[in-house]
Design a protein around this ligand. Structure first.
Ligand code: HEC
Ligand code: HEC
Ligand code: HEC
Ligand code: HEC
Ligand code: HEC
Ligand code: HEC
Ligand code: HEC
Ligand code: HEC
Ligand code: HEC
Length: 452
């Protein structure tokens, strides 16, 4: 008799506290679920408050059955969950969020955590009872909606880099958490399309497994900052043919995570892309006549080392994020840029109009002297197979875009594209030379500077 009333008294206080805390969505969360919710004590109903809050014999504050630290969560969350969205204790223990002493929720809403052992706690991001805001229930037992959650610290205050400023830039993977995404790792093919098209932090980062690599990863590997997220593996077919796609869950680490696989969730025909957007997986297929070496080494093995910039050569591989990323030099990742198409540097896609600038995108990797500088030595210009680059680019002010694809070409070598204006009407390449007609001139032939 005495025991029952003690429990009711406790629950009354607890429920009161919970209401004040602004919850009320407990029964809609994973913890409140009467069928699949927590079951620490077999005798108690799943989803019952008493799975965590005990009466009488409780030795710990808030009537918790044990110390309020991560071990409380690990009591049920030691292992990864089915989707891999939560990778388990071992992964979390070595993540930047667990190990960095600055990782303490700063408030103001919900209020700052002040207990001495706050650093590294799950509770800096999660509320075990769930919360709601003006829009409704916040998914994943998060204490505040995802983008606000991450950016409260990743704005140059708690964490080092200001990602908030990045996503406010004119071109960005921005502000899409408002859309009710189905969760961090949804294998459904069209969960990134139509009205649900979005790019949340957790589509590219698993908050439980981020590790700040000191040295950037070598392409095609993804950084450990992007470890353990869902991705798309491709098995390529012939040139111009859609590859076979396979969704790889976050928990599957049987093959290494490659950065481009992350991007293909949203920028390939695995999903339904916005009208007019290029199918990047189709263009980067190594079976194509030419391609930028993202998935595999390029096809033009004889390019002179001295025609490259940035220490690259014909055998190098590159990341999507070597071209798409911040215009700031000290921030990694494609969060935002002041340049269109989220490019790291300016790139002219009108074909004609301005003199190429040595800071333009292509010259991060291809020598300005070889391709565009009217003042460079003829020997330097001759490192290109095509002897007429500087004339076209430096003298005639053509952008690379007039003649080249950015990702790949199923049909033509050297990333040549036809049909642009200004640009080429047709093109053919042989071992010793090539010929083309263009919007600027009739058929012309050239002799190459080195064999392909
Ligand atoms: C999965 C474990 C778990 C379950 C189930 C659970 N709680 Fe809690 N509860 C906690 C933890 C952990 C804290 C401490 C939260 C913190 O430190 O921020 C807490 C704190 C509280 C507090 C103190 C106020 C606060 O938010 O810190 C109240 C009141 C409370 N719980 C009520 C309830 C009620 C009522 C239920 C059932 C409707 C319930 N809890 C179910 C784990 C749980
Ligand atoms: C007594 C066992 C137990 C404890 C303790 C516990 N959980 Fe859970 N948690 C569960 C179960 C079971 C589920 C899965 C419910 C489902 O599948 O619907 C779950 C689900 C979750 C989810 C996903 C919920 C959703 O609505 O999507 C999160 C996030 C979570 N727990 C975080 C925590 C954190 C943080 C702690 C520590 C404060 C904690 N849990 C403590 C048993 C527990
Ligand atoms: C840096 C913030 C952060 C920390 C710290 C954190 N989580 Fe999470 N967690 C998230 C986010 C973001 C999600 C995705 C929520 C969503 O939108 O469904 C998530 C999801 C989950 C899920 C559900 C995964 C799924 O696939 O549905 C579980 C379980 C979970 N977290 C448990 C934990 C536990 C246990 C800890 C501590 C050991 C922890 N989390 C620490 C941010 C965090
Ligand atoms: C309570 C503050 C806080 C929250 C909330 C938070 N982080 Fe962090 N995060 C940090 C700190 C501190 C580091 C340590 C390294 C640093 O200074 O960036 C870090 C590290 C990282 C890193 C590795 C960066 C590196 O170079 O070391 C990534 C990626 C990251 N967080 C993503 C996220 C995402 C995604 C979310 C939201 C789901 C999130 N963080 C939420 C504070 C936070
Ligand atoms: C979860 C989905 C998602 C993932 C993963 C993703 N993106 Fe995006 N990306 C978007 C959305 C949404 C936009 C806005 C335009 C649109 O709908 O395509 C966008 C826009 C872009 C743009 C600008 C396109 C334009 O037309 O201006 C580039 C470039 C880009 N992403 C590159 C990348 C790269 C590189 C990666 C991998 C590191 C990546 N994205 C991963 C969803 C995603
Ligand atoms: C060598 C540099 C480079 C690499 C590597 C690269 N891109 Fe791009 N990307 C560009 C340029 C330049 C543009 C803009 C001009 C254009 O559309 O051709 C662009 C445009 C885009 C667009 C907009 C397409 C559209 O139709 O508007 C998307 C999306 C995109 N890239 C995604 C990716 C993804 C995903 C990867 C890796 C799988 C990648 N890019 C690799 C240079 C690159
Ligand atoms: C991040 C480095 C990087 C950037 C930026 C870059 N490229 Fe490349 N590019 C390479 C590498 C590496 C190769 C060598 C591939 C090979 O040997 O087949 C290459 C090869 C090429 C080729 C020759 C392909 C062939 O099969 O002959 C062309 C054409 C080309 N790039 C044009 C461009 C243009 C135009 C830009 C600017 C939009 C650009 N690149 C930006 C790294 C880059
Ligand atoms: C489209 C995919 C994508 C999205 C969406 C995304 N990131 Fe990133 N993020 C990356 C990649 C790729 C890197 C670079 C990893 C590397 O090269 O080490 C990165 C790097 C970072 C870093 C480390 C930056 C540095 O210079 O050290 C932080 C912190 C970070 N992201 C936080 C976030 C937060 C917070 C969000 C949501 C607002 C977010 N990211 C959204 C792909 C993404
Ligand atoms: C007028 C058309 C045209 C323009 C403009 C143009 N290119 Fe080319 N490019 C070619 C042709 C043609 C080839 C070589 C075809 C062959 O190998 O027979 C080529 C080849 C290349 C190659 C392959 C390696 C090599 O041998 O040079 C690179 C790299 C390249 N171009 C980069 C660029 C860059 C960077 C720009 C802009 C600064 C640019 N191109 C502008 C027509 C053009």
């Amino acid at each position: 008799m005495r025991k029952i009333s003690a429990i009711s008294f406790l629950l009354l206080i607890l429920l009161g506290g919970l209401t004040l805390a602004g919850a009320g969505v407990y029964s809609e969360t994973g913890h409140g679920n009467p069928l699949t919710g927590p079951q620490r004590e077999q005798a108690l109903a799943r989803g019952s408050c008493r799975q965590c809050h005990v009466s009488g014999k409780a030795r710990f504050p808030k009537e918790l059955w044990r110390e309020n630290d991560n071990d409380l969560c690990y009591a049920c969350h030691a292992a990864e969950n089915l989707s891999g969205g939560y990778p388990g204790r071992a992964a979390y223990e070595v993540s930047a969020h667990k190990t960095d002493a600055r990782f303490i929720w700063p408030g103001p809403t919900p209020s700052a955590r002040r207990e001495p052992n706050a650093a590294g706690k799950c509770l800096n991001c999660h509320n075990p009872h769930g919360r709601q805001d003006r829009i409704g229930k916040i998914s994943g037992l998060l204490s505040i909606r995802e983008e606000s959650l991450c950016l409260t610290c990743h704005n140059g205050s708690k964490a080092t880099k200001d990602i908030a400023r990045e996503i406010r830039k004119p071109y960005s993977h921005r502000g899409m958490s408002r859309i009710n995404s189905a969760g961090p790792d949804d294998p459904a093919r069209y969960s990134y399309s139509g009205g649900n098209r979005h790019a949340d932090c957790s589509d590219c980062h698993n908050a439980h497994a981020v590790v700040g690599d000191a040295v950037p990863p070598i392409a095609p590997a993804a950084s450990r900052r992007n470890a353990l997220v869902g991705r798309i593996r491709v098995t390529n077919n012939g040139p111009g043919i859609v590859p076979r796609y396979e969704y790889v869950s976050a928990r599957d680490n049987s093959t290494p995570l490659l950065e481009y696989q992350l991007c293909y969730k949203c920028h390939s025909s695995w999903t339904r892309q916005p009208p007019g957007q290029q199918d990047i997986a189709l263009l980067l297929n190594p079976a194509n006549a030419s391609f930028h070496p993202v998935e595999a080494q390029g096809k033009n093995a004889n390019i002179n080392l001295l025609s490259f910039a940035g220490g690259l050569n014909s055998f190098s591989l590159v990341h999507c994020s070597d071209c798409h990323g911040s215009d700031e030099t000290d921030i990694r990742g494609p969060h935002g840029s002041r340049f269109p198409k989220l490019l790291k540097s300016a790139y002219e896609t009108q074909g004609l109009g301005r003199v190429s600038n040595r800071d333009d995108l292509c010259f991060r990797c291809h020598s300005f002297a070889t391709y565009a500088d009217t003042l460079s030595a003829p020997a330097q210009q001759a490192y290109s197979r095509f002897g007429k680059h500087v004339w076209h680019v430096g003298q005639q002010r053509l952008s690379c875009y007039a003649c080249h694809e950015s990702h790949g070409s199923p049909q033509f070598g050297a990333l040549i594209v036809i049909g642009r204006n200004p640009g080429l009407r047709n093109f053919s390449m042989t071992a010793a030379g090539g010929s083309c007609t263009s919007t600027c001139h009739g058929s012309k032939s050239y002799v190459v500077n080195y064999p392909r």
